[in-house]
Ligand binder design. Structure first.
Ligand code: BDR
Ligand code: CA
Length: 304
């Protein structure tokens, strides 16, 4: 299968994406790297290790960046993902240990070991990816593909009117990643808000997959409440799962090739803007949303 590392800040929709990757027959998940974002990085790692154990995976979790470039603090998105990142589920058990390498070091090592084969799916702030690019000049060539859940190129943002959360949380790192020459696919809110997952979808999933599906249904209650209160939406975006699906099912997406930059100051800080002089990125502009929802359900429902 496709060798995949998910760089993640679990996070409710991150947990869904990791479960999807574990269930997808064409994916061989070879590790997780963690980053601050939805919660603090230690909590991201703890949550990642909990999921690895729950999914019966035998893969490393390498802990990455605690803060954005040049920052020494981070305010987690507790109102969206709950106090520990998994909604109302708290006191998440501490299972196993992190890998000895940092997230960025692990990415560099794995890209070297699986030259031309490793796909990296980044579904949190892009700090670890920018660090890996800095750490190893060959990283960009070694990686087969980088798929990013982030940005809002043709639609409004979610953390501000202009910016999407993952890009906003480390705008400098994101801009560095877009300045680098990597085969990059951007899966932004432009498409992930077309993959809404509703309460009934979660209930169906929990019936077919009582353990994992039931867990995802339980932690998602909090997330669904947020989507309803803030966006008036009857479901939540399958943000991070849509990015994992784009790793293996790119033909489900309409793609525009263009360079990108990130606004680094002013009221639109964190906005993803088109810049044709930058290296071309495959920006997803449209998606078969129902197809993504169906694929997600099918695969995750096959888990116990
Ligand atoms: C992204 O931000 C995070 O809150 C989600 O996990 C997702 O990666 C959506 O903007
Ligand atoms: Ca995420």
């Amino acid at each position: 299968g496709m060798k995949l590392i998910i760089d993640t800040d679990p996070g409710i929709d991150d947990a869904m994406a990791i479960a999807y990757a574990a269930a997808a027959p064409e994916i061989e998940l070879v590790g997780l790297t963690t980053v601050f974002g939805n919660t603090h990085v230690h909590q991201s790692s703890r949550n990642a290790r909990y999921l690895v154990d729950k999914l019966g995976l035998n893969i490393p979790v390498a802990e990455g960046a605690p803060f954005a470039r040049g920052e020494d603090r981070h305010a987690p998105s507790e109102h969206v993902h709950g106090p520990e990142g998994f909604g109302d589920f708290t006191d998440i058990p501490h299972i196993g240990e992190n890998h000895a390498l940092t997230g960025a070091e692990f990415l560099v090592e794995m890209a070297r070991a699986h030259r031309g084969e490793l796909v990296v799916c980044a579904v949190g702030p892009l700090t670890n990816i920018a660090d890996a690019i800095k750490l190893d000049p060959e990283f960009s060539d070694n990686v087969a593909k980088l798929v990013i859940m982030g940005g809002a190129v043709y639609c409004p943002g979610n953390i501000t009117e202009h910016a999407e959360a993952n890009i906003y949380h480390d705008a400098k790192a994101a801009d560095e990643v877009f300045a680098a020459s990597l085969p990059t696919v951007l899966v932004g809110l432009d498409v992930t808000l077309k993959t809404l997952y509703e309460t009934a979808d979660f209930e169906g999933l929990a019936q077919k997959s009582p353990d994992m599906g039931g867990f995802l249904r339980n932690i998602s209650r909090f997330y669904l409440k947020f989507y309803k209160e803030v966006g008036g939406l009857e479901g939540c975006g399958l943000h991070d799962s849509t990015a994992v699906i784009a790793c293996t099912h790119e033909p489900m997406f309409d793609v525009v090739e263009t360079g990108l930059q990130v606004s680094l100051e002013g009221s639109d800080i964190g906005a993803t803007r088109i810049n044709p002089s930058r290296p071309a990125v495959r920006v997803c502009r449209n998606v078969d949303g129902a197809g993504v929802v169906q694929l997600f359900t099918e695969r995750v429902a096959s888990l116990p």
